[in-house]
Design a protein around this ligand. Structure first.
Ligand SMILES: Cc1cc2nc3c(=O)[nH]c(=O)nc-3n(C[C@H](O)[C@H](O)[C@H](O)COP(=O)(O)OP(=O)(O)OC[C@H]3O[C@@H](n4cnc5c(N)ncnc54)[C@H](O)[C@@H]3O)c2cc1C
Length: 305
């Protein structure tokens, strides 16, 4: 059976597209990938998503969006797409669990994944003190000294969260100014457990079987130093999940899908939404908005067939 619409990804963009499509009676199939909720489940609390004046956890928000989509008939499958064929009509989508689907229209909402530092020790010690998710792993660092790498919103927000557990947080940033929103910067600067390490990059993560320390290099003096920490949380940006579409869809030099102002890719019937194309705003509400836009366009496209 050919689907009307397959949505690839279940972050705020994919789930919001699913709510719109389900209400439009399209009975969309959502292939969620490994993470129902996407990046929002990596953060403990969202304080800026409209409608939740007291804040809401990422997990709760994802569950509410899922419930809202399913209420109107969206079907969610916990499966990852491994191959797409966008040259044929209907489009073909193959998954990790061995399923092959066909669809008249597609919305790609595969989002982005954390960028790695690519330094010695990082791969070997991931899950052994190296983490990309404070909400998931913060609890293991009760009364321990840890480091957070980065200078943006995620680095500030997650450092503040980690002070609930850690005895001390070294916030390592390659510049002497932060990119984060002023409110987050102010909170981080006022937190006695956070110490800023400016103009510094991590050269190596050291430890035998678990993280024991970081080798840092000062960007101005090139002097190296070592700090003893038992954990390191890395927030140095994100890479769009677009490898699947390389060679079929137009992708820019940084790996983001190219879309027009109506979320259309270069192939009619294939739309994209969220951080898979948006490198600028990187907020849940913005991705949710793009999801709604992509779905409205997909509905118009389907009606025109
Ligand atoms: C630590 C942290 C804190 C944050 N804090 C906030 C905040 O306070 N407020 C805010 O507004 N935003 C916050 N954000 C940003 C917000 O999480 C993102 O903007 C938003 O999640 C992007 O949504 P998205 O749907 O575009 O992509 P993502 O959330 O990246 O979702 C991508 C989806 O695609 C799926 N997927 C990937 N590959 C495949 C595949 N091959 N097959 C099927 N599915 C696939 C994934 O499983 C996932 O479901 C934070 C992000 C992080 C990392």
């Amino acid at each position: 059976m050919t689907e009307n619409l397959i949505i690839i990804g279940a972050g705020p963009a994919g789930l919001s597209a699913a709510i719109y499509a389900a209400r439009g009676n399209l009975a969309p199939l959502v292939l969620t990938g490994q993470s129902l909720g996407g990046q929002i489940v990596l953060t403990n609390e969202l304080e800026n998503f409209p409608g939740f004046p007291e804040g809401i956890t990422g997990l709760e928000l994802a569950q509410l969006m899922q419930k809202q989509a399913e209420r109107f008939g969206a079907r969610l499958e916990a499966d990852s797409v491994t191959r797409v064929d966008l040259q044929t009509r209907p489009f073909r989508v193959e998954t990790q669990n061995g399923a092959t689907y066909t669809a008249r229209a597609l919305i790609i909402a595969t989002g982005a994944s954390p960028r790695r530092l690519n330094v010695p020790g990082e791969n070997e010690l991931t899950g052994r003190g190296v983490s990309y998710c404070a909400t998931c792993d913060g609890f293991f660092f009760r009364n321990k000294e840890i480091a957070v790498v980065g200078g943006g919103d995620s680095a500030m927000q997650e450092s503040l969260f980690l002070t609930r557990f850690a005895s001390k947080v070294h916030l390592i940033h390659r510049r002497d100014q932060l990119r984060a929103q002023p409110i987050l910067q102010d909170r981080a600067r006022a937190e006695p457990k956070i110490t800023f390490v400016w103009n510094s990059v991590v050269k190596e993560i050291r430890g035998a079987g678990k993280v024991e320390g970081l080798v840092l290099e000062n960007m101005q003096t090139r002097a190296r130093s070592e700090i003893p920490v038992q954990g390191v949380f890395i927030y140095v940006g994100y890479i769009p999940n677009t490898e699947l579409f390389r060679g079929q869809l137009e992708i820019d030099e940084e790996g983001y899908l190219k879309v027009d102002a109506r979320q259309r890719t270069n192939i009619p019937g294939v739309f994209a939404a969220g951080e898979v194309h948006d490198r600028v705003f990187r907020q849940a509400i913005v991705s949710a908005g793009y999801g709604a836009m992509a779905e409205i366009e997909a509905e118009r496209y389907l009606a025109s067939l």
